[in-house]
Design a binder for this molecule. Structure first.
Ligand SMILES: Cc1cc2nc3c(=O)[nH]c(=O)nc-3n(C[C@H](O)[C@H](O)[C@H](O)COP(=O)(O)OP(=O)(O)OC[C@H]3O[C@@H](n4cnc5c(N)ncnc54)[C@H](O)[C@@H]3O)c2cc1C
Length: 471
């Protein structure tokens, strides 16, 4: 019987497993190894904001994996991969042979070298354990003060969650603007003004040089801290969130012969330089939908697509991935921000609408008569904005040649719907499938039940703790 070994239990891995089972109906052996339980990082901010129940973080429990005939090794790390021996080694010395191997180990936050970055109450917000630690540090404080270090995409998702909690918020960013890898200068300015109106204090163009505890720990509470900034200012905080970047989890591949760059290099079937070893998700550097060198797009939709393409190919069905699209969609304290594709391309022809009073910002970037990038900023209640950004995403994804609709959009920049329908984008999207067939409906995968509105923390916590016991 063919044996698939899958490393990591994030969305890339879970989608690969489900796809293998969609194709083989249980005819192969699957072993899943992960140091964390199966859950979605993307929902952690909703848990932090107290908007979802604890059990809704998880994407699979023991019953779910039994049903899919998956043997699990949770709480275990892979420390060595030997492609020629077709075997991996776990941190407890166990050796697992494989016919195919999927590396879906995700990425980890990079921690800046700041004195005090290891103090209690100073965390990246990347894992469930980090989220629990932040909630713990906030416990018992009616209105904690939090400092976000790094004004990027993930940091701002966390900022939004803390804003919903009503915390006092500061942002420190090295660059002179917020969201430097998502928005251009003009659109970022709108976001900065919006944040100031919402009471968030911005410290741009500076860095944190030191974090010091303000009082000795009394054992009951995480001590308050003082942050010294490079511009000479000082801040006090209960919680510090470090969101200064991420890097692919590839260290365990040293000496394996698997070719890596920023991540693991893969082809359009998600294969590494060893055809029976695949990589998917944040760790994989693969085809970019808009062409150019292999890219890491560390976002959930890419992890899901990668996982499904890898799973199909592991199950011996040749499926080629057209490539991932860079897209970031954010709610910044009620202001919607999105950018797609080559939003920063200096060669592209730009059509820009800018109304600081709105605030409204729309920028379409053209290569010939195709839209290859876009930026949107506008209020959440502007339904037109949300529809339009969805349609522009479809136009970019299909790379539809808009022909005469380009001139139309130039004259009527708010009438995207007409161009979308007229150029046949909707029809093209409707027949697009990743695997060449419709996706199967998904079931809820935790505690064998439908999502409940109540927060049932203690029981779910018990299940979580049990799931972490190494088998
Ligand atoms: C707070 C937060 C909010 C986010 N919000 C969004 C969002 O709104 N939209 C969006 O598109 N994306 C969002 N993301 C990003 C998204 O969560 C990631 O792109 C996605 O989780 C990547 O999935 P993955 O399966 O590749 O890796 P992961 O989900 O990181 O899973 C990889 C797993 O492998 C484990 N692992 C690593 N090394 C080993 C090893 N050697 N042995 C065993 N196990 C190992 C890891 O511990 C981890 O559990 C967010 C991320 C965070 C942290």
């Amino acid at each position: 019987m063919v044996r698939h070994v899958i490393v990591g239990a994030g969305p890339a891995a879970i989608n690969a497993i489900e796809t293998i089972r969609e194709f083989d109906g249980g005819a192969s052996e699957i072993v899943l190894v992960s140091d964390e339980p199966a859950y979605s990082r993307m929902v952690l901010p909703y848990y932090l904001a107290d908007q979802i129940a604890y059990q809704h973080i998880f994407t699979g429990d023991a019953a779910y994996f039994d049903q899919l005939k998956v043997q699990t090794r949770f709480g275990r790390r892979v420390v060595c991969v030997q492609p020629s021996a077709q075997q991996i080694t776990l941190d407890n010395g166990e050796e697992l042979p494989f016919d195919t191997l999927l590396l879906a180990t995700g990425s980890s936050p990079t921690i800046p070298k700041i004195p005090g970055a290891d103090l209690p109450g100073v965390y990246p917000l990347w894992t469930l354990a980090h989220t629990e630690a932040v909630l713990q540090a906030a416990a018992g404080r009616p209105k904690p003060t939090a400092v976000l270090v790094g004004a990027g995409f993930i940091g701002f998702i966390v900022l939004n969650a803390m804003y919903k909690r009503g915390w006092v918020l500061h942002v420190v960013e090295r660059e002179p603007q917020v969201l430097p890898r998502m928005l251009d200068r003009e659109s970022a300015r709108l976001v900065e003004n919006w944040l100031r109106q919402k009471g968030v204090t911005l410290h741009l163009g500076t860095t944190v040089s030191e974090i010091q505890p303000l009082s000795p720990p009394d054992g009951s509470r995480v001590p308050r801290k003082q942050l010294r900034l490079a511009n000479g200012h000082a801040l006090e905080a209960d919680i510090v969130i470090l969101a200064t970047g991420i890097r692919a989890n590839i260290d365990f591949l040293a000496g394996s012969g698997i070719v890596v760059d920023q991540g693991i290099l893969v082809n359009d079937r998600m294969q590494t330089n060893f055809p029976n070893i695949y990589a998917a998700g944040d760790v994989a550097q693969g085809p970019d939908l808009l062409g150019g060198p292999p890219a890491i797009h560390a976002i959930q939709p890419t992890a899901v697509d990668h996982g499904r393409v890898a799973g199909a190919n592991m199950a011996s069905h040749t499926v080629r991935y057209p490539g991932s699209l860079l897209m970031n969609i954010l709610d910044v304290c009620g202001l919607q921000c999105a950018s797609f594709g080559r939003w920063h391309d200096p060669q592209a022809e730009a059509l820009t609408l800018h109304n600081p009073q709105g605030p409204i910002y729309r920028k379409l970037l053209w290569t010939g008569d195709c839209i290859t990038g876009a930026i949107f900023v506008g209020r959440a209640q502007d339904v037109g904005l949300l529809n339009d950004l969805g349609m522009v995403k479809g136009i970019i994804q299909t790379q539809t040649s808009l022909k005469e609709w380009k001139k139309f959009l130039h004259d009527n920049p708010f009438d995207i719907r007409r161009a979308y329908v007229g150029a046949g984008v909707a029809a093209q999207l409707a027949k697009t499938t990743l695997l060449g067939r419709p996706t199967q409906p998904r079931r809820y995968r935790y505690l064998n039940q439908q999502p409940q509105p109540q927060i049932t923390h203690p029981a779910a916590h018990q299940a979580y703790v049990q799931s972490r016991v190494p088998q």
